[in-house]
Design a protein. Structure first.
Length: 403
């Protein structure tokens, strides 16, 4: 497997594994793979392996003999008939990433990122996080026997995610400021070689995140859907899905791409604003605010990549309110039995908004990626529900209570 790390903007090749942006133009870095050997394979050649990230090892730029894995991936793709009827669309599938080991899609990128850390001999890894990344990194660092440092924006992280990071043994530091302030600080630590940075700005993280698209295609028997809808925060996921699509086209496994559609919260929507202006770059939001903490990011690292993904596939970017997000979270839970955190529900809320505004066709086949488990943010979930009803321990009393 031949690979190189290059600048996404100027294409300069980068040798230093601790550099997270181009020293020439400050552009994003991306892993380039020689896919010629993969062109000799068919999807069925991989089907004897368990469904999960490492099934797609020919598309992954790390040594599989060093893999650090918690059996991530292999998450369900639910055909949601009730949801499709409610929204008025031909077919809705939900890719439920909350079934990953730490409860979010971040595990896909982290298995490859930590494996890369092992390749280069790093003994400490770190990240800035609104929650899910910290939980995932802490778990995989524990599995690999590495030190882990997590920087969190003060008071802006859901309790379920913070508990995971602490439980797995990370050194957690609460930073005064928002996510972007925390990311700037942890990048300084990486520049000083104190730790190996594993935010999605790391070019190896998105390589693992590509696997969500590979799995979706496997689960749909390579019948390409019309549209894939994703919540967008730091924008690593939508750009990783786009890269995976391009790779499948290159090796000849598919010959068309779905419309990639990004959903942001109204209080944190720099990419939606750029899309509405038909711009290729975005203006950072210095004060992002939304109940969907996982996408409360005003300066998305992979924002320009995400815009390219949307434009080049004929997709769309749209905002949804916090009220719409919470309503979608309840709809998915009570109509399909699928529990997701608020950020994940943004994709469902976005689907409803796309239909209401006439942007989508009713005959479309759609996949919504729901990125995290409902228990990541239990306070929000509980706040929307009625409290338990008290009753004496008799059948008569219980019948009165529930009636």
């Amino acid at each position: 497997m031949e690979r190189s790390v290059r600048c996404w903007d100027c294409h300069r090749e980068i040798e230093d594994p601790y550099i997270d942006s181009c020293p020439s133009c400050n552009g994003l870095l991306e892993v380039t793979l020689d896919l010629e050997p993969v062109k000799e394979l068919k999807p069925s050649d991989l089907s004897s392996r368990p469904l999960g990230v490492w099934r797609y090892q020919p598309f992954l730029p790390v040594d599989p003999s060093l893999a650090v894995s918690l059996q991530e991936g292999g998450t369900p793709l639910y055909r949601c008939l009730n949801l499709a009827n409610d929204i008025g669309i031909r077919e809705v599938n939900v890719k439920y990433e909350g079934a990953n080991p730490t409860g979010s899609f971040k595990d896909r990128g982290m298995t490859v990122g930590i494996t890369r850390a092992r390749e280069i001999g790093a003994d400490t890894v770190g990240c800035a996080s609104t929650g899910n990344t910290s939980a995932s990194l802490a778990a995989y660092a524990a599995k690999a026997g590495m030190g882990c440092v997590v920087l969190l924006p003060e008071g802006k992280v859901a309790l379920g995610k913070l508990a995971q990071a602490i439980f797995y043994g990370a050194k957690v530091v609460s930073i005064e400021g928002n996510f972007d302030d925390a990311l700037g600080t942890v990048r300084e630590l990486a520049e000083q070689r104190y730790l190996y940075l594993l935010n999605s700005i790391n070019p190896f993280r998105p390589e693992g995140q590509k696997s969500v698209l590979f799995e979706i295609m496997d689960q749909l028997y390579y019948d390409v859907p019309d549209r894939i809808v994703l919540p967008v925060g730091n924008a690593g996921n939508i750009s990783a899905v786009h890269k995976a699509l391009k790779e499948l086209v290159e090796v000849g496994w598919i010959d068309e791409m779905p419309m990639l559609t990004g959903i942001q919260a109204s209080g944190s929507m720099p990419l939606v604003d750029a899309f509405n202006r038909k711009a290729k770059d975005f203006n950072a939001d210095k004060m992002p605010e939304t109940v969907a903490t996982a996408i409360r990011i005003g300066n998305p690292v992979s924002g320009r990549k995400a815009l390219e993904a949307i434009y080049s596939t004929g997709g769309h970017a749209i905002e949804v309110t916090d009220e719409e997000i919470l309503a979608a979270q309840m709809l998915l839970g009570r109509r399909e039995g699928v529990g997701v955190e608020p950020a994940s529900a943004a994709s469902i809320a976005g689907l409803r908004r796309l239909m209401d505004e006439g942007i989508m066709d009713r005959d479309e086949r759609v996949v919504c990626i729901c990125t995290g488990n409902a228990l990541k943010d239990p306070e929000v979930m509980i706040s929307q529900c009625s409290p338990p009803v008290k009753a004496k321990a008799t059948a008569e009393a219980v019948m009165r209570a529930i009636s």
